[in-house]
Design a protein around this ligand. Structure first.
Ligand code: PGA
Length: 255
């Protein structure tokens, strides 16, 4: 299986800054066949960057899009409009769940809309600090998985990626702390088992990424957690040399 290194730029960089970063990244980044490098810039930068990116080297992702293809939805941009511009889309990120109030029903529609438009959704799931403290992690993970995938049929499953992002480990969360590899391994096992319960053995092939305070120093440890197929990187993906270092680590530990 490929190793995925996905940079989530969140609400950072002007279009010009994003273009300069991409130019430098394409130059600095060696081409590793088995490492799929993806960056998710702001929506406004996607179209110009899609003309600039070398898709043999890396791919673009949207950070969000709307589930209806067209219509009276003021302010929204659809997956249909992003078709051909991005290869991936982050769906259900915790910042959208908690700040923009997206629920599992809306997230499920977005996952289905992405697949329908030939865009691979990266469905983010993860428990908050208090849910973990109350012993609710397994329930939250199962609920977010079954909720987010409720419109995904067996034959669509190979178009989906899951990202486990414990909210308490995301660097922008107050008092965030990096997750320990064994904490990640336990939840990734649970994700895999839930997917197998839902879809059978085909679920073994669904890539599962980890995200939350990933940096060059911990990328190797996280990429060697059993069941982890890649990383979703926020803060560290904004710093070119750190992101390149993480790609190098991926190449080293996974090849
Ligand atoms: P972080 O963000 O790497 O800055 O913790 C990860 C994410 O929110 O996807």
């Amino acid at each position: 299986m490929k190793t995925y290194i996905v940079g989530n730029w969140k609400l950072n960089f002007t279009v010009g800054e994003a273009s300069i970063y991409l130019h430098k990244l394409l130059k600095a980044m060696p081409n590793y066949r088995d490492v799929e490098v993806v960056v998710a810039p702001s929506l406004i930068a996607l179209q110009p960057l899609s003309l600039q990116v070398d898709r043999h080297k890396m791919k673009l992702a949207a950070q969000n899009a709307f589930y209806r293809d067209t219509g009276a939805f003021t302010g929204e941009v659809s997956f249909a409009q992003l078709r051909g511009i991005v290869d991936y889309a982050i769906v259900g990120h915790s910042e959208r769940r908690y700040i923009l109030r997206e629920d599992d029903k809306m997230i499920a529609k977005k996952v289905a809309a992405a697949v329908r438009n030939k865009i691979t959704p990266i469905l983010c799931i993860g428990e908050t600090e208090s849910e973990r403290a109350f012993g609710e992690t397994a329930d939250v993970i199962r609920d977010q998985l079954t909720g987010g995938l409720s419109e995904v049929s067996d034959d669509m499953l190979d178009k989906v990626i899951i990202a486990y992002e414990p909210v308490w480990a995301i660097s922008s969360t107050k008092a965030a702390k990096a997750a320990a590899p064994d904490e990640i391994a336990e939840v990734v096992r649970l994700i895999r088992a839930s997917l197998v319960d839902m879809y059978g053995a085909v679920a073994e092939r669904v890539p599962v990424l980890f995200g939350g305070s990933v940096k060059p120093v911990n990328a190797g440890a996280y990429l060697t957690v059993p069941g982890v197929d890649g990383l979703l990187v926020g803060g560290s993906s904004l710093i070119l040399n750190e992101f390149v270092d993480i790609i190098e680590v991926a190449k080293r530990v996974r090849s």
